[in-house]
Design a protein around this ligand. Sequence first.
Ligand SMILES: [Zn+2]
Length: 332
Amino acid sequence: MISREQALRTALYELEQQREENYAQEREREDEVRAASPEIRALLDRRASLLGQGIREAFGNPEGAKALSEKITDEMRNLNVSIRSQLVLSGFSEDYLQPIVKCQECRDTGYVGELVHNLCTCVSQRILRIMMSDVGLRDLETQNFNTYDAGVYPDVPVPGRKSTQRAYMERVRQRLVQYANAFERDEGKGIILYGASGLGKTFLMNCVAERLLTRGFSVLKISAYRLYDVLRNYQYDQSESELVRDLINADLLALDDLGTEPVTRANNEQRGLYNILAERFSSRRAIIITTNLDRIQTLERYGDRIANRLYDAGRMSVYQLFGEDVRRFVKP
Ligand SMILES: [Zn+2]
């Protein structure tokens, strides 16, 4: 799991690359224009020498610098007007030689504000993208509350239920939006989404994960299958110890598909899972789980120590999803 600080460093490094790229492109454009138009070349040369002259004279004659700089500023302004009209005459756009920036807000510096430097929103977006491109979070760019559409669920009554699948899924979505918007670090409230395959459990989990990342929390998403693998390897050679630390320390652990990992009874991996859950519960760190197991099946498979923690009503909200497999309605 990449930390927000690491992502910030990467984002600022990317911006530095961006500025170099901008500069290289500006040089390229100037070369192109100089080759295309001798008139503009002369104007650009004049402007460059004027700048040099202005700087030299300002140093040599500090008293006269103000009047001088006004004279130079005037000529500079006239030169720029001529350059712009010559550019259009030569078939370029009039701002072809203007400084190139991708973000108008911060001019690719990453910061806005004169007195207090704040991170520009373009940096926050970069951070988010970097964190999402980290292992396990790639789906979040396409699976979030903005793209969630309860309309994919059939709007017909489900046998034995008061509500249609669509209306129910819309209610679940609303509850999860509330959860994600009110989420606070170390509050320890968690979610279980259970039901058969194809009902949209993982999509909803991704929505919550994305919202929390956007709000600046750390999220580790991992499948139960992969988690078992990590725990097994860890006990042999302490490999991936950083990931094991993240399993315990992330503000939200998103555990996908609990119950699909290889069946093993009372083994070390299961003890490892218990330790992670116990550690997270005792330090009040949240967990969201998708599973195809109901409470009884969880008890049978993992024993009461794990099942009691997962179904602790004071900590965990349980949503059972039901209805039809919607994957056949949705284009992959
Ligand atoms: Zn910016």
